[in-house]
Design a protein around this ligand. Structure first.
Ligand code: NHR
Ligand code: GAR
Length: 237
């Protein structure tokens, strides 16, 4: 191989269930040359997910594996794993994927399965986080990216992005503010993973050769140069 050859891009499969705005942010960052990765397939458990349309528009295979055709979680996850592994990914990304995954599935992708969760973990794991954050009266909310382990939303957290909670907020306005930081988080983290700067071991997250004592914070993390200019490629929602 000639020395000028670039390393091949990180192969990824992205799992979605819905709108796919995080998927869009990842695709846009790859297209802009900011993330050395390629999305080999997008898989949704929901046939109507708009994110499938986003993938098709970008020329990426958009696949549906509807959980309603399966008798239990184990059989669904076994089929999902087969479908994913046909694309031989080095990283599997949950981007608004709404199905809890079995320990077997999670174990198979140990260290190469990421999730974005709409809260400042460990606060508010699970569903309906924006409404729960408002009900609890917190002043700050946000999103976290973590390595997925068998225990829901409890895998080692890589980075968090904070937003203020404003007095006039309802769950929709708060969710929209959180999504703007979500769309910055995934491209950054996927780039680090693709560059070999990020991994998980039995003690937690290793970043640039050191264990993280606490999650990174988006506003004070390295490589802000990756950040786009603040113009979202799709309207907020
Ligand atoms: N699976 C494991 N094992 N560990 C995690 O950390 C996971 C996971 C699967 C998904 C995303 C997560 C989130 O970020 C995620 C993390 C779905 C549910 C849920 O209760 C909870 C958390 C997350 C995703 N899902 C319902 C279920 O019965 C279905 C809800 C629906 O279809 O709307 O699977 O919040
Ligand atoms: C995102 O806000 C993500 O954090 C959240 O769903 C949204 C998906 O948006 N994930 C979960 O709640 C996981 N349980 P998107 O489809 O537009 O990327």
């Amino acid at each position: 191989m000639p020395p000028a050859d670039k390393p091949s891009p990180l192969a990824m499969v992205v799992l979605i269930s819905g709108h796919g705005s995080n998927l869009q942010a990842i695709m846009d960052a790859i297209a802009a040359g900011k993330v050395p990765a390629e999305i080999r397939a997008v898989i949704s458990n929901q046939p109507q997910a708009f994110g499938l349309e986003r993938a098709r528009r970008a020329g990426i295979p958009a696949l549906v594996l509807d959980h309603r055709g399966f008798p239990d979680r184990e059989s669904y996850d076994a089929a999902l794993r087969d479908l994913i592994d046909r694309h031989d990914p080095g990283l599997v990304v949950l981007a608004g994927f709404m199905r809890i995954l079995t320990p077997d599935f999670v174990g198979h992708y140990k260290g190469r399965l990421l999730n974005i969760h709409p809260s400042l973990l460990p606060a508010f794991p699970g569903l309906d986080t924006h409404r729960r954050a408002l009900a609890a009266g917190v002043r700050e909310h946000g999103a976290s990216i973590h390595f997925v382990t068998a225990e829901l939303d409890s895998g080692p957290v890589i980075i968090r992005g904070r937003v203020p909670v404003l007095p006039a907020d309802d769950a929709a306005t708060l969710a929209a503010r959180v999504q703007r930081v979500e769309h910055r988080l995934y491209p950054l983290v996927i780039r680090w993973f693709a560059e070999g700067r990020l991994r998980m071991d039995d003690e937690g997250v290793v970043f640039d050769g050191r264990h993280l004592a606490a999650p990174l914070d988006l506003e004070s993390c390295p490589d802000a140069s990756l950040e786009h200019d603040g113009q979202d490629s799709q309207p907020p929602h």
